[in-house]
Design a protein around this ligand. Sequence first.
Ligand SMILES: [Zn+2]
Length: 401
Amino acid sequence: MDNNAAKPSSSRLVIRNIGLLLSGDINRPILDADTIVAIDGRIASVGKEKDLATAGSAFTAATTIDAKGTAVAPGLIDSHVHPVAGDWTPRQNQIGWIDSCMHGGVTTMISAGEVHTPGRPKDVLGLKAMAIFAQRAFQAFRPGGVHVLAGAPVIENGMNEQDFKELAAAGVKFLGEIGLGSVKDGPTARQMVSWARSHGIQSTIHTGGPSIPGSGLIDKDVVLEADTDVIGHINGGHTALPDDQIIALCEKSPRALEIVHNGNERAALLALRTAKDLKQLRRIILGTDSPAGSGVQPLGILRVIALLSALGDVPAEIAICFATGNTARMRNLDCGLIEPGRASNFVLMDKAQHSAGKNLLDSIHLGDLPGIGMVIIDGVVSAQRSRNTPPATKVPEILEN
Ligand SMILES: [Zn+2]
């Protein structure tokens, strides 16, 4: 009997012959398993193929993937992007940038504000309308299959608690970077962050010097007083705070420490080292801050992983957690970890051809980027061999059923 007869449309995915399973969980980054079974876009089971019912009626897969001994990790999460509309950014006048990031392993992006929208409204009604529009539009339109969690209002002076209540009721879950609008002082930011939090909306803040003409300085005192859920680009965007202020943020706040590609690399390593000394690497999360003045970085998350692993001397399997499980936990997402119930978003990687590394993890620790062989979002293959990474040595294969 078909156990799933009641749900004839359910889609099943089996990934077998996994050579290395990276969990995204910083407490246990490598799992002793070679097979993942996913049903209807959710991970159903993880284990050894011989122990899992991958064959037979209950688990007849709609799609079977032979990983060919390559590594599987959760799809990468970019904690800091600035989308506008569709797969277009006016910042560098590019189209297709989100799809291009998917080829860098990113399956989820979190908006830190749709600030590059030409003519962005700054009155309270207008900014709320734009946030709700962006949330709806990106929920319905997914370039390359990527989940863009958009609709992040940039708060302005004059907002009251009712505004946050309305935004939350309309589906808004994140604030844009505080500091990009007119609210730049600690007391006002703190009040609005607490209103947002009480209605289930997360917050982040622009940390450091102005990113482009028109944005401002946010120093450690404002960041600590505002107490946002995420200390946005603790390594600056691009201008970083003085070292003593970065260290103080790591020591005095319990919040997420976000390191971005579009930031100061030396400050990134300082934040990493400080978090390591505090035994709080679980607070490190990664973003690109793209599109930015420095451009769109389709491999930006992979590049930060390699940077932190190689120069920050963190094992590659831990650095990958910064862009997966850490972000998922700090930001309450349903993806980012290989465990039953989580979204079946995966990136399949191998060491790049001719890397000097002995294997994938060693190659990243040496500073090389991995080669991506496949990206899967919600149990559906979004890309096979990446068009952007260096070519993977081995690539997975979709088997005929
Ligand atoms: Zn910023």
